[in-house]
Design a protein around this ligand. Sequence first.
Ligand SMILES: *Cc1c(COP(=O)(O)O)cnc(C)c1O
Length: 399
Amino acid sequence: MSHDGDLPAILGGDPVRAEGPPEWPPRDEEIAAVFDQLARTGDWGRYHGPHTEQLLSLLRESHRVEHAWLCSSGTAAVELALRGVGVEPGDEVVLSAYDFKANFVNVLILGATPVLVDVDPQTGQLDVQAVPAVLTPRTKAIVISHLHGGVVDAATVRELAADRNIAVIEDACQCPGITIADRPAGACGDVGVLSFGGSKLVSAGRGGAILTSRTDVFERIRRHVLRGNDAYPLSELQAALVVPQWRQLAARNTQRAGAAQQLVAELAPLGGLIPWQCPKDDFVPGYYKVGFHYRSKDFAGLSREAFCRAMRAEGVAIDPGFRALHRIHASRRFRVSASLANAERIDATVVTLHHPVLLEESNRLLQVAAAMRKIQRAAERLVARKDLSAVHATSLSEH
Ligand SMILES: *Cc1c(COP(=O)(O)O)cnc(C)c1O
């Protein structure tokens, strides 16, 4: 047994958080009460009922949209949103080169071509200034995906798109319940998309939703989904679990934002993890993940992958970010017009902290900084262990 509190857990020392990262979803009396009620009423066995209706009106009201549709996942919701705005074979769909992989694949599935745009190096989000140059008469939609605590400049995209009759699809899966320049996330474009996946901020294990005020889009989605049955359903059981979480969401978003701010302040003097920029004034970000640029020179050259593995061993859920889409798909599948230099950099440098720790008490939150200090102090020793730096595909987070 080591008595060296400085020895990283990955080298056999004691982890900072022996219990590992906090569980998600957390234990919650309100959720327990829902299960109890469902068991007694039998509503858990129903396709549709009071809970899906309640969730639909809650989503319509809180997003100030005309229509909401519940479905089986965020991935299905993106596909349906693309169908809803009429994306067809031969069309082009613009999206960030740094985005959720399924968004790219959904475009391919419809027979359309993804057109990849670079990211803004400061915010990590779609570089809206680079969008006009890639638009063509075949552009049918622009997907804006707010990621890792940041937000896309939706107002600028909306203006670009409106002039040219292009639809804006907003992926708000990582930031449900936040407000972006006076609009609810999910209501900043023609169609918005939410996820209720198991790791997400509002979770039913699986599930998703689509939001729109365009009746033509809503009707197209409905026609595609309803084939004598709902092809991508969200059940009454799932809806019943989402409703109380949606009501808690604003308070939890505020709590997470406060925690993230505290954490960023705590980490700043250490260097090494540079937070992604987001709008300042009165803005409450949504943190499904907290995004940082990893700077290996502040860790004696320790690779990002080795850093994440060492932090995981300390019980902190920090992982490499997404792979940039042009790095993991054959170039014949997509089109790019300009440089993807910033996406390239982000592909190599982003790390993300998973959200559950942000709802913990502050002394436990600060264990993240303690773990990082420990890894930083031991960085040279870790660098010497070449086996830690090997990239294993399985260690790359898909979320
Ligand atoms: C999780 C996620 C999705 C898809 O959600 P699922 O419900 O897991 O299919 C889409 N986009 C982004 C940005 C996500 O983080």
